[in-house]
Design a protein around this ligand. Structure first.
Ligand code: C2E
Ligand code: CA
Ligand code: CA
Length: 900
């Protein structure tokens, strides 16, 4: 839309519009006329005034010229007369000249001197006294006066020189007259010149030239040259300001007097001011009203243009609206709610398939009754409601068309205020059948897609469930457990301080798998899963997280003993034997329990805590449960540290052998020595075997330790013998692991030693547990090498007599638990005695360990034990101390030679 004088117009454009506007034309014409009239009036007044001023001044100039002439003329006349006198008396001398001049001189006050210049040289002068200086001046040689003087002589004409600067000071005009005389012989002769020097100051003074207060004069015509002469009085500015002039004529010479008013020509200035004032008044009275009228006119013009533009825009918009309505098929209607009289356009009727040209449908009531509206009551209600509420109105309705098809329509309306303040309901009506149908289709499609989504969701859930469960046992898997612990999109986290985790590990599962096959293993796992499923309550959770590893989650908030109860229940139920294809299988369970509190609500920590508790159960020998606790954690941590130390200790040779002597029961002579390992721990000091051997065993390090001890024992034997202590036998303890080592023999054979003086102490339990072929082979080889065998801790593991006959050890070492009570208990004595008897029967010797007192020693000797070992004789000590102890002992024995 075009906008007139819109904000887009620049300021310059607006200013231009204000100026270049036809509405300003009358004002412009008025201005032009006013200015022209003012100028004309000014011109007229000025020229008449100027004329008056000039003529007045002209009068003054003429008077002044006359005065000048009048003051100069007597002197000139005097000169003329005097020169005529001299021409008759060419022989005149100074005296006579003075006489002549004197009389004249005093009548003419302007004269400075009168000089006679015969032959162009000043010869006489009056007054003589004051002007003696000029005498002898040759005018022909005078620089400035020469020319005029010659002219006077040659042209025989008087001249007026000056103003001339005088030798005696001041300025003067000089009138010179030529003097010729008639010689009787020669005829007319040049006598010389007569000069009259006139005081300029006197002239100016007497004429009043200097005293003129309101006129500026200038005199032109130096040396009497008139208009052509130079300016010799007054300022050059006078000449340039259109002066009036008057001629001062001396006949043979002339001056031109020029004059202007002082301060310039004033003509017209006052009148002009008046005229301009009148013009300004006229401007106010004529041009301003003109401008105002012009402004009003222009304003009207602007509004007119704006209206035209608006009208055009409105027409355009209307056309476009019609076009849009035609194209869209939307009908427009309106209604006066007071009268109920309605109007509508042709499209309204067409929409219902009615002929707009046909019958009269202009009555809305009639039309509404006549139109087959399907839900008539509801539609009419909506219209009535809108009329009442006077708000916006919208209604969808259906019309059964003549061809039987139902069409959907929508009508919307709202109230408009018209110019008279009345209200009209104006609305639109259009066919929404296609929209409604499309909506229906969309709705259908949406339902279908919802159903499909539902199916997909279900499939996804099934997949999700599969992914989170163990295929074999159908129990939740590790992933699901993690979700339960940490929470996920689908699962809220169960983690809390009271959450309890039971980590379950099956004992003996590997054996079943190995001996009955994987099918049997699978059955066991399924059975375990069933067991867990039936054990847990609502809200508890069971998962299989690895081969034979399971996890149960329960909460101890309501029932603090719940985890233990569950563990006990499971342990008792797993204990029941199962029949697999006619064979009996047994499974066990180890359970580690930990809580969310101990794990500081961290899922990984909780799992590792339960693992730790489980590890503890395994350490203790499986088949039970253990609850994680900080002390347990500390212990295990210490063990772990110790394990690290142990590995290092092997490298750094921190293991050292101590030695305990073995003595003949009868003579108490040293017959052998047992090496016992000690760990010289850098921080914890000397550690006993019970403090680290279990750990070393679990780390598989006992073999290595045994080997180290053997090396040190061999070294020690050589050490003692070098120092004169004979040790007939040395014994070392051999662990089950070393006995089962396939490389044992080859390792031994690398050592250079008399094997017949070595005894291996084997634990009774060692060879009872292992009906191992490797162990049997090693024992055979050991025997062959000449190493003797002792059964250590005999009497604790119930070795059968049969096994003894198979192994045939050299000695039985009766456990100290059996030895110690022999002094008090007869039963115990009986037991030890029967062991000695068995030995005797099988040809096997006996050693008693833990002999703490001599009372023990005596009793045991009496019972027939061969060798004694214990604190009564010697504590386990280093090789050096052992040497010292036994040397002292030998000396002591020698000292008390009475004893056997
Ligand atoms: P063990 O083979 O039965 O060793 C005898 C243990 O009895 C030693 O304990 C010894 O100090 C202690 N003992 C000796 N006389 C007496 C006594 O009069 N009264 C009492 N109460 N105890 C006495 P130790 O040195 O603590 O050794 C413990 C066990 O560690 C040994 O029992 C042995 O089974 C094992 N062991 C020691 N050294 C080694 C080794 O180098 N290798 C292997 N595999 N095991 C060893
Ligand atoms: Ca031993
Ligand atoms: Ca023992």
């Amino acid at each position: 839309m075009i906008e007139y004088g819109s904000a887009n117009n620049s300021l310059w454009q607006q200013v231009r519009f204000l100026i270049w506007n036809p509405a300003n034309l009358p004002a412009l014409i008025a201005v032009v006329v006013l200015v022209a009239a003012t100028l004309f009036a000014e011109h007229i007044t000025e020229s008449s005034e100027a004329q008056q001023e000039r003529s007045a001044l002209q009068n003054k100039a003429t008077v002044m010229a006359a005065k000048l002439q009048a003051h100069m003329s007597p002197s000139i006349e005097l000169a003329r007369g005097l020169s005529a006198m001299i021409s008759t008396e060419p022989d005149i001398d100074q005296e006579h000249f003075s006489d002549l001049a004197r009389n004249l001189f005093h009548q003419h006050s302007h004269l400075i001197n009168i000089a006679g210049v015969p032959g162009m040289v000043v010869k006489m002068v009056y007054p003589e006294q004051e002007n003696r200086k000029v005498l002898g001046l040759d005018l022909r040689k005078h620089e400035t006066q020469r020319e005029l003087a010659l002219k006077t002589r040659d042209e025989n004409t008087p001249t007026l020189a000056g103003p001339v600067a005088l030798i005696q000071g001041g300025e003067a005009f000089i009138v010179r007259y030529p003097i010729y005389y008639d010689d009787k012989v020669v005829g007319r002769q040049f006598w010389g010149l007569l000069s009259l020097v006139i005081d300029i100051a006197e002239i100016y003074d007497h004429t009043g030239l200097d005293e003129q207060s309101n006129v500026s004069f200038a005199l032109l015509g130096r040396d009497g040259k008139g208009e052509n002469g130079a300016l010799f009085y007054g300022s050059g500015a006078v000449l340039a300001s259109q002066p009036v002039e008057a001629v001062v004529d001396f006949g043979f010479a002339s001056w031109v007097l020029k004059a202007i008013p002082k301060g310039g020509w004033q003509a017209g200035t006052h009148r002009t001011k008046l005229i301009r004032l009148v013009a300004a008044l006229a401007f106010l009275l004529i041009v301003i009203p003109f401008l105002f009228v012009g402004w009003l006119y222009r304003d009207r013009l602007v509004h007119l243009r704006e209206r035209i533009i608006r009208d055009h825009a409105l027409t355009d918009a209307n056309k476009r609206l019609q076009l849009a309505l035609d194209a869209s098929g939307i009908a427009v209607w309106e209604m006066d709610p007071k009268t109920g009289i309605a109007k509508w356009d042709r499209r309204f009727l067409k929409q219902f398939g009615l002929d707009p040209e046909g019958k009269d449908h202009s009555d809305l009531q009639a039309l509404l009754t006549w139109l087959p509206i399907v839900d008539r009551d509801a539609t009419l209600d909506a219209i009535r409601e809108a009329l009442k509420s006077k708000g916006r109105f919208r209604s969808d309705y259906r019309v059964a068309m003549q061809d039987g098809v139902q069409k959907h329509f929508r009508t919307v309306g709202s109230f408009l205020k018209d110019e008279n303040g009345g209200r009209r309901l104006v609305g639109l009506n259009w066919d929404i059948t296609t929209d409604v149908e499309r909506e229906k289709e969309l709705c259908l499609a949406r339902t279908e897609s919802d159903e499909r989504n539902q199916e997909l969701e279900e499939a996804k859930a099934r997949l999700e469930a599969l992914a989170k469960h163990d295929f074999l046992t159908r129990l939740p898997n590790r992933r699901y457990l993690d979700e339960k612990l940490t929470g996920s999109e689908y699962e809220p986290s169960l983690m809390s301080e009271t959450l309890q985790m039971l980590k379950i590990d099956l004992d003996g599962f590997k054996d079943i798998n190995d001996s009955f096959g994987h099918a049997a293993g699978d059955i066991m796992l399924r059975r375990t899963a069933d067991l867990l499923r039936s054990a847990i309550k609502e809200g508890e959770f069971a998962a299989r997280i690895g081969g034979d590893e399971f996890v149960l989650l329960c909460d101890s908030a309501k029932e603090p003993s719940r985890p233990e109860t569950l563990a006990k229940q499971l342990l008792s139920e797993i204990d029941r034997p199962i029949d697999y294809r006619g064979r009996t299988c047994r499974l066990g369970m180890s359970i580690g329990i930990s809580s969310g509190k101990d794990a500081f609500l961290d899922a990984d920590k909780m799992l590792s805590n339960s693992d730790l508790a489980l590890y503890q159960v395994k350490q203790k020998g499986k088949g039970g449960f253990e609850v994680f606790s900080q002390p347990l954690y500390q212990r295990v941590r210490q063990e772990r540290e110790l394990a690290e130390d142990l590995l290092r200790a092997i490298e750094t040779r921190e293991f050292i052998a101590h030695f305990q002597g073995q003595y003949c029961a009868k003579t108490h002579n040293l017959v052998g020595v047992e090496a016992l390992v000690r760990w010289n721990h850098p921080r914890r000091g000397m550690l006993q075997p019970c403090e680290f051997l279990g750990l070393a065993e679990s780390l598989g390090l006992t073999s290595t330790i045994d080997a180290l001890v053997l090396d040190q024992t061999i070294e020690a034997k050589a050490f003692w013998e070098k120092r004169g202590l004979t040790v007939p036998r040395v014994s070392v303890n051999v662990s089950a692991r070393r006995l089962g080592d396939a490389d044992l023999i080859s390792k031994l054979k690398k050592i250079d030693f008399d094997w017949r003086s070595l005894t291996f102490e084997l634990l009774e339990s060692t060879f009872l547990d292992h009906s191992d072929t490797q162990v049997a082979a090693n024992i055979r080889q050991i025997r062959n090498m000449g190493i003797e065998i002792e059964i250590d801790d005999f009497g604790t593991a119930y070795a059968s007599i049969v096994s003894l006959t198979h192994l045939l050890p050299h000695r039985l070492k009766i456990d100290r638990e059996l030895i110690q009570p022999v002094i008090n208990s007869t039963d115990q004595r009986e037991l030890v005695h029967s062991i000695i008897q068995i030995g005797r029967t099988l040809g096997i010797g006996t050693v008693a360990e833990g002999v703490e007192t001599m009372v023990h020693a005596d009793i045991l000797e009496a019972m027939g034990v061969d060798v004694l070992q214990g604190y009564a004789f010697c504590r386990p000590v280093t090789a050096e101390r052992f040497l010292r102890h036994n040397k002292e002992r030998q000396l002591g024995k020698i000292g008390q030679s009475g004893r056997r």
